[in-house]
Ligand binder design. Structure first.
Ligand SMILES: [Zn+2]
Length: 422
């Protein structure tokens, strides 16, 4: 078994789900310290510098530049330690299975039924006949999201240690908790991290590059009604639920998550509850184009005004807040654009066809890029994330280490132009 695969299996075996019910604390679950300690120990063992594990389970480390590259900007990598709370995550029993084509039974689920993966639901499997896959045993998710990336980073350092002739700038690593519940790198101290730019590694199939995310806003709609006995309500009663329903009907019916894909944005009614007296609803607004987000906000305000006019009072109250922005606004600036070109070049240098995916969500990079650490997202080679059918193909994971070695090598050259192709 290769070094990266044995690391990966070790990390997957350490349960570390984040817990949305405890989102006020970082980490949200004590188990994240277990994986954090394992990462710290492996960083120390491989010879990383400045290895720290703080009280919030953030693990950080540096790796000195190769001779002659000391003046280049520090290149950063950020991955997460937690696994998704949406599925079973404890215990995790990783296994190696050879894929022979067709449906592969990975185990018996907690409901007593066989858990299978196959090309019908994963067309990429058709190209993996004869490959070894890492899966869980059907009773839990695997945690390849994002432990494949954690393992690949340690394996990268092992390669750099074993071959001191490999060129690279100074490297910085951050392994962060609670990404799956929206905290991620929020408490990462970027000053001590010290990276000029870099990459998050938290994506799907090998070759995936993501430098576009949604712009995100959320809206809280409050409806203040006036409840009286319905028998004597004429001209007096104001129904808060009715007001919310009118408001919702004024939003474009086709612009919903279940009807959109690619670059199409949406409104999502995430929660609604209430009574005649008082009702409230949560919406999220998403679009890759900030101007379209602004138009959606304006349409919501207009809908609120119209309901209020129809119902004759200030029934609807609307509060809109920005959440995060499309990281393309930062990483496509001329001085950062090389991150994309160099990632593409690193994949190509390893015989992998890169492909670009506009993420319909955010990444740790969405906040980090706006805080001063421009970073795009690379594949971590997990498939079927957040469920018991998750798997990581061994050939992809091993190649990812090659890609990272190539990538740090490409960054061992100064950025010479705004279209540096590496
Ligand atoms: Zn992830």
């Amino acid at each position: 078994m290769s070094h990266v695969v044995s690391l990966f299996i070790k990390y997957c075996s350490i349960p570390s789900q984040s817990d949305p019910r405890n989102a006020g604390e970082v980490p949200s679950s004590a188990s994240q310290f277990d994986i954090a300690r394992a990462m710290r120990d492996d960083l120390l063992a491989v010879g990383a510098r400045d290895v720290t594990l703080d009280e919030h389970a953030y693990v950080t480390a540096h790796w000195p530049a190769s001779p002659g590259c000391e003046d280049l900007p520090t290149l950063g990598f950020c991955c997460h330690l937690d696994t998704a709370p949406q599925s079973y995550g404890d215990p995790v029993r990783p296994q190696l299975l050879r894929y022979e084509g067709g449906e592969l039974v990975i185990g018996i689920g907690r409901d007593g039924r066989e858990v299978t993966i196959g090309p019908d639901t994963n067309p990429r499997l058709a190209h993996m006949v004869g490959w070894t896959l890492v899966t869980a045993d059907g009773t839990s998710l695997l945690g390849g999201d994002d432990k494949a990336a954690d393992a690949a980073c340690i394996a990268l350092l092992q390669r750099l240690r074993d071959d001191p002739t490999l060129p690279h700038p100074r490297l910085a690593f951050a392994f962060v908790p609670d990404e799956e519940i929206g905290h991620g790198a929020a408490l990462l101290d970027l000053d001590s991290f010290g990276a000029r730019w870099g990459y998050t590694i938290d994506g799907g199939p090998l070759g995936e590059i993501c430098y576009e995310t949604f712009n995100a806003a959320e809206a809280l709609v409050r409806a203040h009604g006036l409840s009286v006995h319905p028998g004597t309500a004429k001209g007096v009663l104001v129904n808060a639920c009715e007001a919310l329903m009118r408001f919702n009907q004024m939003l474009p019916p086709a612009e919903r998550p279940e009807l959109t894909e690619g670059y199409e944005g949406f409104y999502f009614l995430d929660r609604i509850e209430g009574s005649c007296e008082y009702a409230e609803a949560d919406y999220i607004i998403r679009d890759h184009d900030q101007a379209k987000v602004e138009r959606r906000k304006e349409l919501m305000r207009a809908a609120a005004r119209l309901v209020n006019r129809q119902m004759g009072s200030e029934v609807i109250e609307l509060e809109i807040r920005d959440q995060y922005h499309n990281l393309a606004d930062v990483v496509c600036l001329p001085e950062n654009r090389h991150l994309i070109d160099r990632a593409r070049a690193a994949f190509e240098a390893c015989g992998v066809d890169p492909f670009f995916v506009p993420m319909r969500g955010g990444t740790d990079g969405s906040q980090l890029s706006f805080r001063g650490f421009p970073c795009i997202n690379l594949s971590a080679c997990y498939h079927n994330a957040h469920g018991v059918r998750e798997f990581v193909p061994v050939p992809e994971l091993e190649r990812l280490v090659d890609v990272l070695v190539a990538l740090v090598g490409i960054h061992a050259r100064p950025v010479v132009s705004d279209r540096d192709a590496g």
